[in-house]
Design a protein around this ligand. Structure first.
Ligand code: ADP
Ligand code: MG
Length: 342
């Protein structure tokens, strides 16, 4: 009983600490103007209100916990906010949706200076401005760890949502950008040494670019499947294959990496490009006849796209098969390899 009262007291005290500043805090993070015309009420009432428009609503949520998803010594406060929102924007890109709104729930430990918390919100704000999305609500509490949870809301066109289940036999598999960069950046941050292009890799880790505009430019294509690379291509390719009930055959040597990637140990390269997450690039499958469109859109948007394989009917041997330089084929599971007997 005593124990219960004690913890209850603590909880009350913690919420009071926040309550003292909560209103000026919210006033500071609140936008003075909103960009989205469908917004009827933003921050300042019990809930935000969005007017209805004739499009599909696409909604997603992500959570970021200190020392699980990021650490203070590798991420500035600004980057924590930036990257948290980038991850949410990347989910919108992967659905082919146009992001419009976001809400932020944050738990703030008492030892985090309020100026650092504002930096987190500044990181989000700068990225939000680029994509013209509005912060329309959230919640602010104190807690033992820094936890940020973002909800993002976007609009998708009818029959143009890019579900994972839309891969079909004969499609070309492609990825944007280069893979493994984020993990290389994290490695550089944690392992002092002399590296080529270190600021490139570190930037890819701290401030990834979600491929929203690229996905929206592909609106003219009637069907293709898309997934964003948050957990590594092995995992994302498996998700597409399972949802579509097909097999993806990938060529290892075609998986694109940055020029200076070769400076790292070959085992690390292998691990990062296949299983390293957080590049926030896109993997997709398109009908062969649409590949030219994908390439020309990519050229126009200055985004690198690379064909890395093809879709075939579901194989007994697995959902994702990786073919290496020696033409041996391995099953590529979400988190590792499974050597095939043949
Ligand atoms: P209530 O008590 O009705 O839940 P709050 O005092 O929690 O309201 O919040 C007041 C307003 O500030 C609401 O519009 C809420 O969405 C917004 N808000 C609170 N915390 C945040 C935050 N971290 N980010 C964005 N908006 C927030
Ligand atoms: Mg509230």
């Amino acid at each position: 009983m005593t124990k219960f009262l004690l913890s209850l007291n603590l909880a009350v005290k913690e919420s009071l600490v926040i309550a003292l500043d909560e209103f000026s805090f919210i006033d500071t993070i609140k936008q003075s103007m909103y960009k989205q015309s469908s917004l009827l009420k933003g921050i300042g009432d019990d809930a935000a209100v969005i007017g209805s428009i004739e499009q599909e609503l696409v909604i997603s949520k992500d959570m970021f916990v200190e020392n699980v998803h990021f650490a203070k010594h590798t991420m500035k406060s600004y980057d924590i906010g930036y990257k948290a929102l980038a991850a949410n924007l990347s989910d919108m890109a992967a659905m082919g949706a146009k992001p419009a709104y976001y809400l932020v729930a944050i738990s703030i430990p008492n030892d985090w200076p309020i100026s650092e918390v504002y930096s987190i919100f500044q990181g989000m704000r700068d990225l939000a401005d680029k994509f013209e999305i509005d912060l329309i609500g959230g919640d602010t509490v104190s807690g033992k760890e820094l936890v940020i949870s973002i909800t993002i809301i976007g609009y998708g066109q009818k029959d143009r949502i890019r579900y994972r289940s839309l891969a079909r036999e004969g499609d070309i598999v492609f990825v944007t950008g280069t893979l493994g960069d984020s993990q290389a950046g994290l490695y550089i941050l944690n392992t002092p040494g002399n590296y080529r292009d270190s600021s490139y890799f570190i930037n890819r880790h701290q401030q990834p670019i979600p491929r929203v505009e690229f996905a929206l430019e592909l609106m003219r294509l009637s069907r293709f499947s898309l997934n964003d690379i948050s957990d590594g291509i092995a995992s994302e390719a498996n998700e597409i294959a399972e949802a579509s009930n097909v097999t993806l055959v990938l060529k290892e040597e075609n998986i694109p990496v940055h020029l200076a990637f070769q400076q790292f140990d070959s085992e690390l390269q292998y691990k990062w490009k296949l299983f390293g997450g957080e590049d926030f690039e896109l993997i997709g499958t398109v009908p062969r006849e649409d590949w030219g469109t994908v390439q020309s859109v990519a050229d126009k948007m200055n985004v690198k796209v690379t064909p890395i394989g093809y879709v075939t009917q579901k194989q007994e041997s697995g959902f994702v098969l990786l073919q290496n330089r020696q033409n041996t084929v391995q099953r590529l599971d979400k988190k590792g390899f499974n050597h095939l007997s043949r």
